[in-house]
Ligand binder design. Structure first.
Ligand code: FES
Length: 282
């Protein structure tokens, strides 16, 4: 980018926005050996300003990274988390992947679609909710799940999901089943995805009882996974190099997995305790 981005930009951003975006983009690019590797977080960054990947956002990324707008567009249109039209304040994603679908995910989506009057990737007239069908969120043990800006609402039904949507449209606080104690806006979430954390990543319970049930049984019975067989490819510098160098993974079921994270908040040790909005917020 030129030394005077405010003068050179072809975007419609005002000088203050350009200065702020440029500072953040500079921090993003510094994370990578090749600055253009920062394109994905930069697209989240412009979403955090505009609420979607706008024409201005595409131009800003292109100018900053020294690539063409077509190259930026090619990436932005490939991934579903980049929105090409203004997104609602909340993305309500209904998992309709296999397990959630058979547990009621399709019925939840249909009910929400009727109730809100929008289909997949469409936004309610008040700009509150963009409805989506989403793929598996690795929460099958809580199927069917609904995500609001990627916070979990577990074990939903058509009735609880429509009540949740109504609360969001009214501007009421909603409390995810696990994780953070509240739901941020789409723009705030986009900034986090750009790599500017809000300090709440470890808030609340991540892996609840259903997730840990298999681990508990394995420990009770002393089960561990067999050692992985030596992989082909040692000679060509691929899979077995780590083993050859003496690096071995701990057996499955032993301490070391993410389930072993040390308790950091009160809700880590109080699974099932009702949370109130803002509780545990840092
Ligand atoms: S199928 Fe819905 S979370 Fe896995």
């Amino acid at each position: 980018m030129t030394a005077d981005p405010q003068a050179a930009t072809k975007t419609g951003y005002d000088a203050e926005t350009v200065a702020s975006l440029t500072a953040d983009a500079t921090a993003i690019m510094a994370r990578y050996p090749d600055p253009r590797s920062g394109l994905l977080p930069m697209l989240h960054l412009v979403q955090s300003v505009d609420g979607y990947v706008s024409r201005d956002g595409i131009l800003f990324c292109a100018e900053t990274l020294g690539i063409t707008a077509a190259e930026v567009s090619a990436v932005a249109t490939f991934y579903t988390q980049y929105k090409r039209h203004p997104n609602g304040k909340y993305t309500v994603g209904v998992c309709t992947n296999t397990l959630c679908a058979v547990m009621g995910g399709d019925a939840i989506f249909d009910e929400l679609s009727d109730h809100l009057g929008v289909g997949h990737d469409e936004t309610t007239d008040d700009g509150a909710i963009t409805l989506e069908r989403i793929e598996c969120n690795a929460a099958c043990d809580y199927a069917p799940v609904v995500m609001v800006n990627w916070e979990f609402f577990d074990n939903q039904t058509p009735e609880t999901a429509t009540a949740l949507a109504d609360q969001l449209r009214l501007g009421d606080d909603v409390v995810p089943t696990r994780g953070a104690a509240s739901v941020c806006s789409f723009k705030q979430m986009s900034r986090i995805l750009a790599g500017f954390p809000d300090g709440r990543a470890d808030e609340g319970v991540g892996a609840g009882e259903p997730t840990l049930a298999g681990l508990a049984i394995a420990r009770e019975r002393g089960w561990t996974a067999p050692d992985a067989p030596a992989a082909d490819g040692a000679a060509d510098g691929t899979a077995a190099d780590g083993a050859a160098a003496g690096q071995t993974s701990p057996p499955v079921g032993t301490p070391g997995s993410s389930a072993e994270r040390k308790p950091a908040t009160s809700s880590d040790t109080e699974v099932g305790k009702d949370k109130k909005p803002g509780e545990d917020a840092k």
